[in-house]
Each structure stands twice: as C-alpha cells, then as structure tokens.
Write a protein that binds this ligand. Structure first.
Ligand SMILES: [Zn+2]
Length: 473
C-alpha cells in the first residue's frame, strides 16, 4: 500500500526558516491539476491510494484563529491570501475522485505552535519526548472537522470522518497500555488504520520487530522511506523491492510532481511501471485499498496457507486474535495464483461456497476471499480456459464481501468508493438495483457475447459506502 503524505497545502515552499511549516519543499502555488497524477495512476491500475491531508491553508473562514496551537500565527491567523475558488475546485475534485484517492487525516498545520514557537509535531512532542495535552488533540480534530464542513464533507451531507491516519513528522504517541495515546483520541472519531515510522519514536517502545500493533483499537503499521525523501520532486523509491522491510510504501506529494506539465506524463508512467513490477512479483501484491491492505497484513501475520498438490488450499485462521474481530479490522483475504497464457481460474470455492470476486493482472489470478472466522477452511480452485459464472471481475477499487443466490437472482454485498465500474459475469440479465440509496447505479451495459454486465456505481460518502446490489435474471 502507498501512502501519499502532505496533500492539502495551497503553497509548496517551506517556511521552516522563519518558524513555520515545511509544507512540501517545492516552491510554488498548488492547484487542482497537482492532484491528477496519483488519480490517473490509480485509475490505470485499480488502486485507491491513501492520501493524507493537512488542511490549514484550506480554511476559508479563518476558524483556525480559535485553534491557536495549530498554526504559527495562532490567534492572529489570517488565510485571506489562499481563499479562492481554486480551493473549492480542489476539494470537489478530491471528493469526486474518491474511487482512486482516499482522504486520510494528517493534520491541520503539521506542527504545534505556542506563541509562534514551533515544536515538532502536531500529534506528539517528539522534541521533548512527551505527549501534548489530550484536550489539545481533541481541539485539532474539531478544527479539522470544521474545515471539512466548509466543503460540505460532513455528517449532514452523509460523509464520514476519515478512517486512515498518518501522524505529522511520524510523531505518534504510542501508548496501548495507557489511558491516553494519539490513537485513543482519534479512534473516537472513526480512525481505524494508521502508519508511521516507528523508529522516530523509539523511546515509546513501539512494536518495531513485529511490524505493527493495535493501540486503542487502531491498527498501526511501521514504515520506512526507501530513498524518496519528502521534498524530492518526481522521485520514486530508490531501493529495490526485495530490500523493502515494510509493506507500506512511503511517498510525499512532491514525489509525484514533475517540474512542468510536459514532464508529468512520463513521471506517471514511471509510477505505473513501479506498481506493475510489484504486481509481477510472485511474493508481493499491491492492495486495491487501505482496508484490503490492513486485512492482508493481518492474514500474513496470523494465517497459515498450505497449497496441496491436488490443487486444494488449506487456510488455517484459528490463530487470528479476538482483538482483531472486536475492532472490526478484518476483511478480505487475497490469494494470488500464477497463470500461464490463456489460462484463467475457472472454478473457485471455499468450504463449498462460491468466491464472489476475482481479477487477473501481470500473469496472475487474484481471488478475494470473504472475511474468515477463527476456523480452518478448504479452498478448491481449478485452472481452465474460462472464468467462472456469477463472479465480480474486480478491476476497480471496491471490496466485494459476499454473493447470495436467491431465486436465480444474484445479490452482492460490497463496499465501493467514488464512481467506478464493476464487471459481473452472468449468463443473462434483466435489471439491476441497489439496495442502499447511498449507492446509485449510474450506468449499465450488458454484453451478451462475453456475458459481462458492466455497472457504474456512485457512492455518496467520500469515505465509501457499504451495501448490496441485486441482479435480476
Ligand atoms: Zn507530513
């Protein structure tokens, strides 16, 4: 999974020399087109990148005056120079692109200020190795929510608070045994998934060796930087994949931007090749979205998968900790199988039940197995010339949770993001309806020859919607 930190600034140049934030280390104004690169790459590959936003310069009503520790100006905060129609254009574009870009929480001003004096960083005082007052963290989340509301991204309009979080400057108050930690506050607002560079707060003994852990219901994973520092324009990770010690790939906004428009396309191409290379590796898989990635990390940690010569796959999930279920952190398991030319997975079931979604890429077949209980399972697959009937071909970024067959009709439960198309293999088709009013069917097309139903769905909540769609046949 790839995190993109520091989105949301209206200006790129660093103000660090005069006690302000570093921003993105690229001295120019930021605009809507600066959000195009990862969305174009995500569209091409079927990835929803984890974007992490700082919102200070998006404040259109100067509400941050009331949150003095969030900016260098404190109570004298005045954002007039950034207030423009471009802000609305950016936030609407980000909302409408949520199939390929997740809106995650990073911070307001990135650091912590008291009377204009800056301390690193917003969610934990790493200069003095001590946590900020718990009330200060609540204030920062409230300020963040107020700015989101200025763009209609709130509960009133059916939008949830972000699920994903990356602490600014990697400064996280890791304290799972204590009463208060960074994530004990954030989980109250809906944060479930976080990632950071644990070594930066080594004094707190985060689970570096284990690669991640749960702090107050939030699954926090470790990450490193592989040679693409935050200010490096148009820079991909330098180190080869086999040397990556973590599964989270750290990037920052500048890494995705070329110095001029005519150079952008070739940079996007480099990123596409980078991800294709991951997908072509038999030992790696790039997850389609954050939920899937964290789920796969848990299965890799706790679940034993044994492939037998007969083609049967035994999945032993009895060691999955209860805490994972209690905090609803588990979802799909992805199984990757090598395919030769013209080969497909032609049959796939788990304990006699059909597996609801599948797709093919880079010479592999990927099966998405519904959430496992603490049990031992048997998966049977066959390789043949044809893809099975009644299955979703998941080329987009949704999660397909289950399939049900009722009177020859098909009901799929799924979580979908933004506006995207899904393909369903079905012999015949009469009509389709969504059983959740917040998921709309905006387009459909049935191709009788390939027996494929193509459906475009739009989710209202920019954090995604879960619901069922029914296909009448
Ligand atoms: Zn940052």
């Amino acid at each position: 999974m790839t995190a993109i930190d520091d989105l949301g600034w209206m200006n790129g140049g660093s103000l660090a020399e005069t006690g302000g934030p570093w921003r993105i280390g690229f001295k120019r104004k930021m605009e809507t087109s600066d959000y195009h690169p990862f969305i174009e790459v995500g569209k091409e590959l079927g990835i929803r990148f984890q974007g992490l936003f700082v919102l200070a310069e998006m404040d259109r009503l100067n509400i941050l005056k009331n949150y003095p520790t969030a900016t260098q100006a404190g109570r004298n905060w005045d954002n007039s120079e950034n207030i423009s129609p471009e802000q609305i254009k950016i936030m609407n574009f980000v909302r409408d692109s949520s199939a390929y870009l997740e809106f995650g929480l990073h911070g307001i001003g990135h650091e912590h200020w008291e009377n204009g004096k800056r301390t690193r960083a917003e969610w934990y005082d790493m200069e003095n190795d001590k946590p900020w007052d718990e009330s200060d963290l609540h204030k920062h989340v409230e300020g963040y929510k107020e700015i989101l509301s200025q763009y209609g991204l709130d509960k009133t309009n059916g939008h949830s608070f972000p699920e994903s979080f990356v602490p600014c400057g990697w400064a996280l108050y890791w304290n799972p045994e204590g009463e208060y930690s960074t994530t004990s506050v954030l989980q109250q607002y809906g944060i479930k998934f976080a990632n950071t560079w644990f070594e930066k707060v080594e004094e707190l003994n985060p689970p570096i060796k284990f690669g991640g852990g749960i702090d107050h219901g939030v699954l926090v994973l470790n990450r490193y930087n592989y040679g693409n520092d935050w200010y490096m324009v148009g820079k991909l990770p330098e180190r080869p994949l086999k040397e990556f010690k973590t599964n989270v790939i750290e990037t920052h906004w500048s890494n995705w931007l070329a110095t001029d428009d005519f150079l952008q396309e070739s940079l996007n191409r480099k990123w596409i090749d980078f991800f294709k290379n991951i997908q072509a590796s038999p030992t790696h898989y790039y997850a389609k979205n954050t939920e899937q990635f964290y789920s796969q990390w848990l299965y890799k940690k706790y679940t034993k998968v044994t492939r037998k010569k007969s083609g049967e796959i035994i999945i032993d999930n009895r060691k999955m900790p209860d805490e994972i279920y209690e905090n609803s952190l588990l979802g799909l398991l992805t199984l990757k199988t090598k395919l030769e030319k013209d080969e497909h997975i032609s049959y796939a079931e788990i304990d006699g039940k059909q597996i609801p979604s599948y797709y093919e890429d880079s010479g592999f077949g990927f099966l998405f197995i519904p959430k496992l209980e603490k049990k031992k399972y048997s998966v049977k697959i066959k390789i043949g010339k044809q893809i099975p009937e009644n299955i979703v071909i998941n080329n987009g970024t949704s999660n397909i949770y289950s399939i049900e067959k009722v009177n020859n009709n098909l009901i799929f439960e799924l979580r979908t993001y933004g506006t995207q198309e899904i393909e369903i293999k079905t012999k015949n088709f009469k009509k389709i309806s969504s059983l959740n009013k917040n998921i709309r069917v905006v387009k459909k097309r049935f191709d009788t020859e390939s027996r494929s139903l193509f459906v475009t769905l739009t989710a209202n909540d920019f954090q995604g919607e879960t619901g069922k769609i029914k296909i009448y046949r």
